[in-house]
Design a protein around this ligand. Structure first.
Ligand SMILES: *Cc1c(COP(=O)(O)O)cnc(C)c1O
Length: 231
């Protein structure tokens, strides 16, 4: 059995322990990973592949790397690249503005489809990160009600890189609270199914605080080797 397969089996069992019975979707963060590694992760049963860069996603999709698994976009989406991911990705996890929502909806309408997205929140208010401020969320969801080619499936966040174990738990807890609050409010075109948070360093904490979708790269594939060009 390959190391990727073994890693996924270990992650699954640890995640199940932390979730105490609830289901947790495992998204393989496949940036920089070659075709063979992506294929092994899919064969080992990851729930989806998540890519960060549009160019890399299109190239690997063309090669058939993701065949058999849903494809998510998890990186920063530039406005001029919206047209390449709508309809190709099953879920765009990283939508942090009304402007981007409108562009995605327009493209989805042109293709006669409904695009699933998550709203990305900049939960720690970091200047270096994209994502909406938590205070903008209700305005974004009101707007979603008038965009019939968008369906918001939940929330996503990338908290600060944690240096100490447990450091991000308060951010995860805040996300969980927002998730629950929105679910109770019942906005149009909004279905709060997924709370996407937790990466290799902190996924067990994220699950303990209510995450039901984790995005893992390093713990599945090992350390990344950045040789691909940035787009
Ligand atoms: C790369 C990436 C991950 C996974 O990071 P690891 O620390 O390697 O697990 C998760 N989410 C996003 C948005 C990423 O870009």
């Amino acid at each position: 059995m390959g190391i990727i397969t073994l890693n996924i089996a270990r992650i699954r069992s640890e995640a199940a322990g932390a979730a105490g019975g609830g289901a947790v979707a495992l998204v393989a963060a496949t940036k920089t990973q070659p075709y063979a590694a992506v294929r092994e992760a899919i064969a080992a049963g990851v729930d989806a592949c998540g890519e960060n860069r549009v160019q890399e996603l299109l190239e690997k999709n063309e090669e058939g790397a993701y065949s058999g698994a849903p494809l998510h976009f998890i990186g920063h989406l530039q406005k001029n690249k919206v047209k390449y991911v709508v309809g190709i990705c099953d879920l765009i996890q990283s939508v942090g503005s009304i402007e981007l929502l409108r562009l995605i909806s327009a493209r989805a309408a042109a293709l006669s489809l409904v695009q699933d997205v998550l709203i990305e929140l900049n939960i720690a208010g970091e200047a270096s990160k994209s994502g909406a401020a938590p205070g903008e969320l209700s305005r974004i969801l009101d707007e979603t009600g008038s965009l019939s080619n968008i369906r918001v499936r939940g929330l996503m966040a990338i908290p600060p890189i944690s240096t100490k174990s447990g450091e991000n738990r308060r951010y995860f807890a805040q996300m969980r609270q927002l998730f629950v609050d929105i679910r109770e409010k019942k906005y149009n075109n909004v279905c709060m199914d997924f709370l996407s948070m937790g990466m290799s360093d902190d996924y067990l904490d994220a699950i303990a605080e209510g995450s039901n979708m984790i995005r893992l790269g390093t713990s599945i594939f090992g350390a990344r080797n950045y040789t691909r060009q940035e787009d």
